[in-house]
Design a protein around this ligand. Sequence first.
Ligand code: ZN
Length: 168
Amino acid sequence: MVIEQNTVVLCHYTLREGTASGQLIESTEGGEPLGYIHGIGTMIPLFEQNLEGKSSGDSFEFGIPAAEAYGEYDDESVAEIPKAAFNLGDMNPDDVFVEGEVLPLQDENGNMMQGIIAQVNPTTVTIDFNHPMAGVDLYFIGQIADVRHATPEELAHQHVHGVGGHHH
Ligand SMILES: [Zn+2]
């Protein structure tokens, strides 16, 4: 069976930054494979395109430029926000405003967004709303472990059940 629309793909991969010898970002080796349903838009489009038509046992190796992955790093997505603008409730500001911590935030329309605290200043915090992988060129090396049809239940849930997916 080949990878096509609505197949469940299980694969092992190692993701590095930029090239085959770049810094290791993550790897499934030694653990559960990645499982996803092909063609429903849950993966980076170019990742799916590179796996399209492959079958169990096939290997793959390809790069995806940052702009086609998690986007270029955008300086305008960094904002300095007054500490007073945060509703901290009973929380101690020194516990909340810590460099490198992720802040769950809500905009005026109620949309949840995440920002990383880039810098803590006396009366403000500088928050970086870029995706943590923004500006990073990706390089994948891996192998297809299994390809099968997605079940109607998996298609309804939009995720894989069992190995490489949800256990519920
Ligand atoms: Zn489910």
